[in-house]
Design a protein around this ligand. Structure first.
Ligand SMILES: [Zn+2]
Length: 207
């Protein structure tokens, strides 16, 4: 992130809401977070998860133990954001998030699940696969402080499978864009105006 005297410079970013709708602030326990400065209507697209298209197999997970910035793109490719710029990768995980993921031409869009009021932190579920031996010691403890916090960012097997099934159907609705390894994923020419809610989002999260 471009950080000048503690404030972030809003360069071209992944955000698709206007600059005066959001700000980056430090949270108590979870590093930086994204906060609403104005009311954001339900269904509003917050941003597109953009970054460099990299080969997932070649990504050095050991150097980035949490690996939380790596976004799935295709079975071979992932998106890695520019960590020097503010972006939607800074949304923290919550067990009762107010934003959700919508896959569109394989781009991962974040949208408002409900109305978000000024001052509220924008949160998303990281939808991590169920905890297994590969995640040991697990660094994905959740500190979202929601009433329904599960204490972990990992989903249960049941929820994870339901989400994968839904996602796979969702992906079939739009065509795959061409991914060029090593290049930045460009913004789409257009985005949906509003993302409709779906009961599955509440079923997967603890909303
Ligand atoms: Zn939690």
């Amino acid at each position: 992130m471009s950080c000048i005297r503690g404030t972030y410079v809003k360069l071209t970013t992944m955000f698709l809401i206007k600059d005066d709708f959001w700000q980056i602030k430090k949270t108590k326990e979870r590093g930086y977070g994204v906060f609403a400065r104005k009311e954001i209507k339900a269904g509003t697209i917050i941003g597109d998860y953009l970054g460099k298209v990299i080969k997932t197999a070649q990504y050095d997970l050991d150097r980035d133990k949490k690996g939380l910035f790596l976004m799935y793109f295709t079975d071979q490719a992932s998106i890695y954001p520019n960590l020097k710029k503010p972006g939607i990768h800074l949304l923290n995980h919550s067990c009762t998030p107010n934003c959700w993921i919508y896959t569109y031409y394989l781009h991962t869009l974040f949208f408002a699940l409900r109305k978000i009021i000024p001052g509220e932190e924008l949160t998303i579920s990281y939808l991590l696969s169920p905890k297994d031996e590969s995640c040991n010691p697990c660094t994905h403890t959740c500190k979202c402080s929601s009433k329904f916090c599960t204490g972990t960012m990992h989903l249960s097997r049941d929820k994870y499978e339901r989400w994968q099934k839904f996602q796979n159907n969702q992906k079939k609705k739009t065509k795959k864009p061409k991914a060029v390894f090593g290049k930045n994923l460009p913004k789409l020419a257009s985005y949906p105006k509003i993302i409709p809610n779906n009961p599955i989002y509440a079923q997967i999260s603890n909303n």
